[in-house]
Write a protein that binds this ligand. Structure first.
Ligand SMILES: [Zn+2]
Length: 462
């Protein structure tokens, strides 16, 4: 499995200038390719419409995209000739790859767009343009013409990657990122085979744990341990958010394109980056702590995060009058969900588990917060409030998050047992990596809303 790594790097001013130049050239070439393509498509559209068209059938090759770039080196662009040709070629190849990624998986990769100078820009370096010379140092440039040595933060041993991406964020931080084979733990069977082998074993109870992800308690494990961000980290988090709001307000008053407004926007971006790093720090530490204590299999809910963080739908009554739809509450909830970093938590946890030779499975998430972990009774009234769970049938009482974690554990065990049975191929569809995904059973907005604390009457649920 390939995993992306991203670390800070610190180019000296001279190298930073060269990298900025390369970055800009790749952007220009990519944008030029984009314009060229659009022009071609437009011409072809006209050609199809025109009755006097006598050339080749434009529909036979409807998507003209090649990797030529020498046409962009003109009198107006002398600076393109100053960078190595490989940089320009990479810019074109990258743009083309953007399209092929898009066609392969349109829901994940958007269409390539024109890039602005103000976006986070990056330069893609292929193998001939860099060499790792010692831990934490990479030499940039061709072997014949090295342009400088780039120090970076090296957290682990790096198997030589085929390419590097060096990017500069708006707030002036440089990052080095690359994809590399995941550091595999002990030799492992394929996940499918592992699940099937587990299914036959006794004492699954001790080999599986469930984790409930939430907004108030960030993670609750079925063994009773819970994880939430510490108070001082939370306070810093909120302080930064407040500051960011202030900068955003200030930027809104500024004149577009002015230097002062740009400065304020830079400060905004910096706040965002600090917020993200506080969150990331917490999630990384939590997931490695959980992974160390985890049994062989860890089960998580398969949350439909995209669906959960949609905007509230507009609401009308029969006469067409607009009603309150709880948009403000919903956007507050969306923010809380985003702040909890549920998606990244799953990714980090999976990485941490794999490193130790353990595995992660995803189980259906529907009503996990309302189901009784003892008798299986499911009812909204089982949750009198955010914290408590009280079964209306058997009277089982527990912390709501811990109860949900136990329900998830039960579902995990059921999933493993079904993997061992004959029709497992149908019931355990193929997923990505270690993750098993059960299709068609996404959580409804209704099951999500009950996990939120302070909302009394959510009206966005359809
Ligand atoms: Zn019960």
């Amino acid at each position: 499995m390939q995993i992306g790594f991203r670390t800070r790097c610190y180019p000296r001013p001279k190298l930073a200038m060269i990298l900025a130049q390369w970055t800009g050239c790749q952007r220009v070439v990519g944008n030029a390719k984009h314009d060229e393509l659009n022009l071609l498509i437009w011409l072809r559209k006209r050609a199809i419409l025109s009755p006097s068209w006598e050339g080749p059938d434009p529909q036979l090759d409807p998507f003209p995209l090649d990797q030529t770039f020498s046409q962009f080196k003109t009198d107006q662009t002398p600076w393109l000739s100053e960078v190595p040709a490989v940089i320009l070629r990479n810019g074109v190849v990258r743009y083309k790859r953007g399209w092929s990624n898009h066609w392969k998986n349109p829901s994940h990769f958007r269409r390539p767009r024109r890039k602005k100078k103000a976006d986070t820009n990056s330069v893609w370096l292929t193998r001939e343009l860099f060499r790792f010379i010692s831990p934490g140092l990479v030499e940039i440039g061709t072997a014949a013409h090295p342009v400088g040595v780039l120090p970076f933060v090296q957290h682990r041993e790096i198997p030589q990657p085929a390419s590097l991406v060096i990017s500069r964020a708006r707030y002036g931080h440089w990052f080095l990122s690359y994809a590399s084979d995941c550091v595999q733990g002990p030799e492992m069977l394929a996940d499918e085979a592992r699940l099937q082998a587990l299914a036959g074993q006794p004492d699954l109870e001790g080999k599986v744990q469930g984790i409930d992800r939430g907004v108030v308690l960030n993670a609750a494990c079925s063994d009773g341990s819970t994880f939430a961000m510490e108070d001082d980290a939370k306070a810093r988090f909120e302080w930064l958010e407040k500051r960011r709001r202030g900068y955003q307000r200030k930027a809104a008053w500024g004149k577009k394109g002015s230097r002062r407004r740009d400065k304020v926007l830079g400060k905004t971006a910096r706040c965002s980056a600090r917020i993200a790093s506080i969150r990331d720090d917490f999630l990384r530490k939590t997931s490695s702590q959980i992974a160390k204590a985890a049994p062989e299999v860890t089960a998580l809910e398969d949350l439909n995060l995209k669906g959960m963080t949609k905007r509230a739908k507009a609401k009308q009554d029969e006469t067409g009058k607009w009603l309150r739809n709880g948009a403000a509450q919903k956007s507050g909830l969306n923010k809380a969900l985003a702040n909890a970093g549920l998606g990244n938590f799953r990714v980090y946890l999976e990485q941490a588990l794999r490193k130790l030779g353990k595995m992660l499975i995803l189980v259906p998430a529907h009503h996990s917060s309302q189901e009784c972990s003892e008798c299986g009774h499911t009812e909204a009234a089982n949750r009198p409030d955010q914290e408590t769970f009280l079964c209306q049938r058997c009277g089982h009482a527990d912390n709501a998050d811990l109860n949900a974690a136990k329900v998830i554990k039960k579902r995990g065990i059921a999933l493993i047992t079904s993997a061992g049975s004959a029709d497992s191929a149908r019931r355990v569809p193929k997923g990505r990596g270690a993750v098993r995904r059960i299709k068609g059973e996404q959580p409804s907005a209704a099951s999500v809303k009950r996990e939120t604390p302070s909302l009394t009457e959510p009206t966005w649920a359809a």
